[in-house]
Design a protein around this ligand. Structure first.
Ligand code: PLP
Length: 337
């Protein structure tokens, strides 16, 4: 299916438009003032997502960026550092918020293709109580890893890192914007991913197709503090049950179907001669291409793709990309490669 302008839009899974069913759920939503804690669908959504991931509490936030940044702030004080992958969303695409807004230092390691390597991170951790060093308070993990092409992190590495972090007194923050894709692809339950993080941000507005919204998860104490930060940042929303209704609808109808997005990404990769083994979830990466030229030529023929670098292009499948759209995208893109 092409969008209203006739484009097949593979730039991101954030471009989806609410389905008729989702719009109906939003229109029918019972609402209250969420800053007063009186929006029934927001309260239910927070409870529901906390339970799915086995966390004590949750708070609905407008974006994954706010979920990540507040999440990291909950486990890292100003002047301390968050350690993570050099290609992580939290350091690449969030406008330096950790430093600009919260006074957090960030340090990164260059991993092999974004794959979490617990030992590599552990080796870099700097201790508290040394007058010469910025102490590492938290490690940020991204699953699936966006810039690594939707990579699902190995469960054994997540477990190793988390087990180590308990003794070390270092927190783990999960950027789980696409944790649903990881769970569907790997068969690992959401609750398992949840228990391997102290704070986790999960998005309803990526593959799940809601127009807005993320949920930050942690302990009850931390989430109480997160509500303060959300308000300070201007993220206190009012009759936001209309958005929570979209979130509930997404959880009811759009999780299992992510397997279709993953299958379509593999099909697209095959048709473009990309090794399907490089397709982990809903992303296809075209590497070693003349990205600006390809992006423009594809747009001229009604296919929108995302330029990641001068030589890399990213294609994402999502709710608004059906089999016909994959066929059309392959017809346009294949001759350009
Ligand atoms: C891995 C990852 N984390 C966080 C975000 C931020 O989400 P938002 O755009 O809602 O701020 C994104 C957005 O695409 C993402 O891909």
């Amino acid at each position: 299916m092409a969008d209203g302008d006739g484009f097949v839009d593979l730039r991101s899974d954030t471009v989806t438009k609410p389905t008729a069913g989702m719009r109906a759920a939003m229109a029918d939503a019972e609402v209250g003032d969420d800053v007063y804690g009186e929006d029934p669908l927001v309260n239910a959504l927070e409870e529901r997502v906390a339970e799915l991931f086995g966390h004590e509490a949750a708070v609905f936030v407008p974006s994954g960026t706010m979920g990540n940044q507040i999440g990291m702030r909950l486990v890292c004080q100003p002047g301390q550092e968050v350690l993570g992958d050099a290609e992580a969303h939290v350091v690449t695409y969030e406008m330096g918020a950790a430093a600009a807004v919260f006074g957090l230092s960030t340090r990164t390691v260059v991993s092999a293709g974004g794959v979490l390597d617990a030992d590599q991170l552990i080796e870099q951790v700097r201790p508290f109580g040394n007058w010469h060093l910025t102490p590492t308070a938290a490690i940020a993990v991204e699953n699936t890893h966006n810039r690594a092409g939707g990579l699902v992190q190995p469960l054994a590495q997540l477990e190793k890192l988390f087990a180590w972090s308990r003794d070390a007194g270092v927190a783990v923050h999960l950027d789980g914007a696409r944790i649903w894709n990881a769970a569907v692809a790997s068969g690992v339950p959401l609750s398992t991913y949840g228990r391997l993080a102290d704070t986790a941000s999960v998005c309803l507005s990526k593959g799940l197709g809601a127009p807005v919204g993320s949920v930050l998860l942690s302990s009850a104490d931390r989430i109480a503090e997160a509500r303060l930060w959300r308000k300070r940042l201007g993220g206190g929303m009012r009759q936001v049950g209309v958005l929570a209704a979209a979130g509930h609808h997404a959880l009811d109808h759009h999780v299992d179907r992510l397997a279709d997005d993953h299958a379509r990404a593999r099909t697209l990769a095959e048709r473009l001669g990309v090794d399907p083994a490089t397709v982990h979830t809903n992303m296809v990466v075209l590497d070693g291409v003349a990205a600006p030229m390809l992006t423009e030529a594809a747009r001229a023929q009604g296919v929108l793709v995302s330029q990641v670098s001068a030589t890399k292009v990213r294609l994402l499948t999502h709710l608004d990309v059906d089999d016909a759209a994959i066929t059309r995208a392959a017809e346009v893109l294949a001759p350009l490669l």
